[in-house]
Ligand binder design. Structure first.
Ligand code: FAD
Length: 437
């Protein structure tokens, strides 16, 4: 019953996961060889790179994306698939952006929180991307103080005219939506979405390609050449461009002098059970994506073929966990005792880029070389928002870019050695606070 079956459908050069085993199609882009000239060269084939490529190609620019592994190989193809209306660093943003935006800051952040949803929905419809897109989230409370938080979010949604999308539930209300006794309440939000992230990412790559974008896989960028005509250099080739965007998030090691100490890896683990058959409808009849209010939280949802996809915990050592299924099984079984002993078919982990103040980092490395990174575990919607902001900036509309670029970030000295221990200490502190509230 407990056997781990990773070999249902072998993945091609991708981390073995439920997502890579249920791809709509495998990508097969060439390796960069020789010399290519484009308007914009983008380093990294995750959501940040690919979403920006679509935006730029739609504006008529010639774009090339260069990826070390495969499109969607990083966090974009291995995450929980929950499209939330949180930008992760909302509170820190509000404080810092008040300096530039004054009283407009609340409206600015509110609008952005939902912009990623619109971009994704429109793109999925426009390019016919099959990625199991569904609406509906439950943000669950495990104690009274969590309910205060959810009530504040609910009140803001009502004030902003989003009343049709949100419902505040007590314990009995949650029980009617979810067959679990773990929660004392929840906020149901039907504007939030969930989806198959890898199928979205490769679908968007195909959309970019259909607009003339060049995509290269198995092509690690080893160096960025700065100057009036910047270039990115791989082992076998070189792309000259008018502008370059570095979108490698926590996986790249480029431009260390300027970027070292700004972003740190946290490893997240996810498992997927065997298909649950009728049990799937029984535990989650409305097919909602669920996540709780704790600082280090559990999150889960059903897949299109009725498996439970469950993620949780986080490891700030920067190293992979050895037994993800062993760590997550007790969480699954305490949430849904009916799943005791359920078979786990897939387990995987991936690094997410954590920023100390949780505000996405974007800026310039030289006059025509840009970077954009760091979504602290809330990247599906945010990468798409940033893709739009970066495309606007690259084509001359700097308004939103400037607001983000003006934010101050903590640069940890000796970042490679001290960053993760500092993160772990910070997390421990917040988890202690969590216990007390
Ligand atoms: C376990 C886990 C669960 C998550 N769950 C959610 C969730 O449910 N909802 C949510 O909103 N967010 C979630 N996230 C966060 C989200 O997945 C990320 O924030 C987002 O995908 C980051 O996208 P990206 O394109 O910036 O980075 P990535 O997807 O990591 O892509 C970066 C790419 O750059 C490439 N690269 C790096 N260096 C180079 C180089 N030198 N040359 C060429 N290519 C290079 C890498 O190979 C990689 O493919 C989760 C993350 C993890 C790890």
């Amino acid at each position: 019953m407990n056997a781990i079956n990773q070999a249902v459908k072998p993945a091609v050069e991708r981390a073995p996961s439920y997502y890579s085993a249920s791809l709509n199609f495998e990508t097969d882009y060439p390796t960069l060889q020789g010399s290519v000239t484009v308007d914009v060269a983008i380093i990294g084939g995750g959501f940040t790179g690919i979403a920006t490529a679509v935006e730029l190609a739609e504006r008529g620019l010639k774009v090339a994306v260069v990826e070390t592994n495969k499109v969607g190989w990083g966090a974009s193809g291995r995450n929980g698939g929950q499209v939330t209306g949180s930008l992760s660093g909302d509170e820190a943003m509000r404080k810092q952006m008040r300096n530039t935006l004054g009283d407009e800051v609340d409206d600015f952040i509110w609008h952005l929180r939902w912009r990623g949803h619109e971009i994704i929905k429109n793109r999925v419809a426009k390019y016919g991307i099959d990625c199991d897109l569904k609406h509906g989230h439950l943000h669950t409370a495990m104690k009274a103080s969590h309910m205060d938080e959810l009530k504040a979010t609910y009140d803001e949604a009502l004030r902003r005219g989003m009343g049709e999308d949100v419902t505040l539930l007590d314990a009995a209300g949650v029980r009617a939506q979810l067959s679990s006794d773990l929660y004392c309440g929840a906020l149901k939000n039907t504007r939030n979405m969930h989806l198959h992230p890898l199928n979205l990412c490769i679908g968007e790559a195909k959309a970019a390609e259909s607009l003339g974008a060049l995509i290269f896989e198995h092509s690690e960028v080893l160096d960025i050449v700065h100057g009036p005509r910047p270039a990115v250099v791989t082992k076998g080739g070189r792309i000259e461009a008018k502008q370059v965007l570095l979108a490698g998030d926590v996986y790249h090691k480029l431009e260390r002098r300027k970027l070292k100490g700004l972003i740190f890896p946290a490893m997240g683990g996810i498992v997927t059970t065997a298909p649950l058959g009728d049990l799937a409808k029984e535990i989650n009849p409305q097919d909602l994506a669920v996540y709780d209010c704790r600082f280090v939280l559990d999150y889960y949802r059903l897949t299109a073929d009725g498996r439970l996809l469950f993620g949780g915990g986080c490891n700030y050592s920067g190293r992979d966990s050895r037994d993800i299924a062993g760590e997550l099984r007790p969480c699954i079984e305490s949430t849904f005792p009916q799943l005791k002993g359920v078979q786990i078919d897939y387990q995987w982990s991936c690094a997410m880029g954590i920023v100390m103040n949780r505000i996405p980092q974007l800026g310039k490395l030289s006059s025509n070389v840009w970077y954009c990174q760091g979504y602290s575990g809330h990247g599906i919607a945010t990468t798409h928002i940033m893709g739009e902001i970066m495309a606007k900036a690259i084509t001359g509309d700097l308004e939103q870019y400037d607001t983000f670029a003006a934010c101050k970030h903590i640069k940890v000295p000796l970042g490679d050695q001290l960053g993760n221990p500092m993160l772990a200490a910070g997390m421990w502190y917040y988890q202690m606070l969590e216990k007390l509230r």
